[in-house]
Design a protein around this ligand. Structure first.
Ligand SMILES: C[S@@+](CC[C@H](N)C(=O)[O-])C[C@H]1O[C@@H](n2cnc3c(N)ncnc32)[C@H](O)[C@@H]1O
Length: 221
């Protein structure tokens, strides 16, 4: 496996770019369970260390979990495929909106970390994942999971993180209150005709009114 940290001197950034962003390049085998890849494991563990909470109290939400578990943390997992032993087997948008609703009703607290690892394109949705994509309506195959991100973005704690895996580096984005911390460009070793996998780590930096209410001490004690 090859890993380079990119030399910032030789990159042109647009003027609104976050100066703290770290860029990495990796050349390694990419698998269909990317969270078991050593490079992704390292990214996850580095991010967990940045969270100022004991590991067993860290709350993770994963809408597309497959069989992955971050052991030792509190993980709420979901996968549309009922063959996977996740806590929920819902469509990702419905799952995210249910979690938001539960949070607003005071049933569940916010999360420290979100894993966002959906199918990367329509082709994968149709051919992989035990064929579940064969029966999905077209909107679902085309969407970029915006509804899912809108809901989950609201239930990540201020200062919490999202780790997104896609064939692009958009992640959750500024509009949802997130700032990129790391972008990893992972080139498939042994298959030069495949897209690169992009792993984006983002931190929630914009506090909305609900978050401020959570943070600020109130007169009610
Ligand atoms: C890339 S895999 C996740 C892999 C996992 N992170 C790992 O490394 O093992 C994407 C998962 O999303 C699930 N999935 C596909 N469409 C979905 C949808 N609309 N809602 C929820 N889950 C979906 C698939 O069943 C599949 O297990």
């Amino acid at each position: 496996m090859t890993v380079w940290e990119v030399d910032r001197e030789n990159i042109t950034f647009s003027k609104n770019h976050n100066p703290n962003l770290k860029l990495f390049y990796h050349y390694t085998k990419v698998t269909s369970t990317p969270f078991s890849m050593p490079v992704v494991q390292k990214i996850i563990h580095r991010t967990l260390k940045k969270i100022d909470t004991k590991k067993e109290k860290i709350r993770i939400i994963d809408s597309f979990a497959r069989e992955y578990r971050q052991l030792g943390c509190i993980t709420i997992s979901n996968d549309l495929n009922p063959e996977f032993d996740t806590m929920y087997n819902l469509e990702a948008n419905d799952f995210a909106e249910l979690m938001l609703e539960k949070n607003l009703q005071g049933e569940i607290p916010k999360f420290d970390l979100c894993f966002h690892d959906p199918p990367y394109n329509l082709g994968m949705l149709k051919t992989k994942y035990e064929g579940i994509g064969q029966t999905l309506p077209q909107w679902q195959c085309r969407n970029m999971w915006g509804r899912n991100k809108n809901a989950i973005g609201q239930i990540i704690k201020p200062g919490g993180y999202v780790i997104s895996l896609q064939w692009h580096s958009h992640g959750y984005g500024k509009r949802r209150g997130f700032e990129k911390v790391e972008v990893h460009n992972i080139e498939h070793s042994g298959n030069e005709d495949k897209y690169n996998l992009q792993v984006v780590v983002e931190k929630k930096v914009q506090y909305n009114l609900i978050d401020l209410k959570d943070l600020a001490p109130t007169n009610e004690g």
